[in-house]
Design a protein around this ligand. Structure first.
Ligand code: GRF
Length: 202
């Protein structure tokens, strides 16, 4: 059984897709053992509760220092004892000590075809604003391993999405979610659960 912890910060539509795919058996032999959000008001936490999954709000505001927050986050993750950590709309920078402790066991979904429109400052709607500004005709989503470099880890899977005439950032974000993110993130977790993608120290 693949034990998975999902880190979120916002609406949780990627989390919802994962939860549904686990329940429907599209992601086999997997248990979402916990959902953690740095934002205690994230709707993603509601989604976890609605699916009967343990949910935790661990906010930097509750700690004296960023270091203490990192310690608190890491302690909760260790308690949940995951095989895999999934960043699904997680807006915090993952501390290096966590990346080292879970080397090649943390994956992220990014709403562009990395390396385009990725790296510091490229998150949420900013990604789609930049794609529209540049005038690219094709964008998409990427699942990658998390490394110390923001959006710089090994790419695992990508899916392309066409940009349509008159797209706004909001319309494009929704299409990229529906046609790419919600599909490839679950596909990658499923392949990890089936041993088709290896994780951890090779
Ligand atoms: C998604 O666009 C995801 O690619 C990015 O943050 C957004 C979060 O969406 N990392 P949600 O919280 O999964 O709805």
């Amino acid at each position: 059984m693949l034990r998975v912890v999902v880190l979120v910060s916002g609406g949780g539509t990627n989390l919802e897709a994962i939860l549904k795919n686990v329940e429907d058996g599209n992601i086999p032999n997997t248990e979402i053992v916990g959902v953690i959000s740095n934002n205690k008001n994230a709707f993603a936490l509601e989604r976890a509760k609605n699916h009967g999954v343990a949910s935790f709000g661990i906010s930097p505001k509750d700690y004296e220092t960023r270091q203490d927050f990192h310690r608190g986050l890491l302690a909760k993750i260790e308690e949940l004892n995951p095989d895999l950590i999934v960043l699904a709309g997680c807006l915090i920078k993952i501390p290096d000590e966590m990346i080292k402790a879970y080397e090649n066991r943390i994956i992220n979904i990014h709403p562009s075809l990395i390396p385009s429109f990725s790296g510091p400052g490229f998150y949420g709607l900013h990604v789609h604003e930049a794609a529209l500004e540049r005038g690219v005709k094709i964008t998409g989503a990427t699942v990658h391993f998390v490394s110390e470099i923001v959006d710089g880890g090994e790419i695992i899977e990508q899916k392309a999405v066409r940009i349509e005439e008159g797209d706004t950032p909001e319309v494009l974000q929704k299409r990229v979610m529906e046609e790419a993110e919600w599909i490839i993130l679950s596909e990658v977790i499923s392949k990890i659960a089936k041993g088709e993608i290896s994780i951890g120290k090779n």
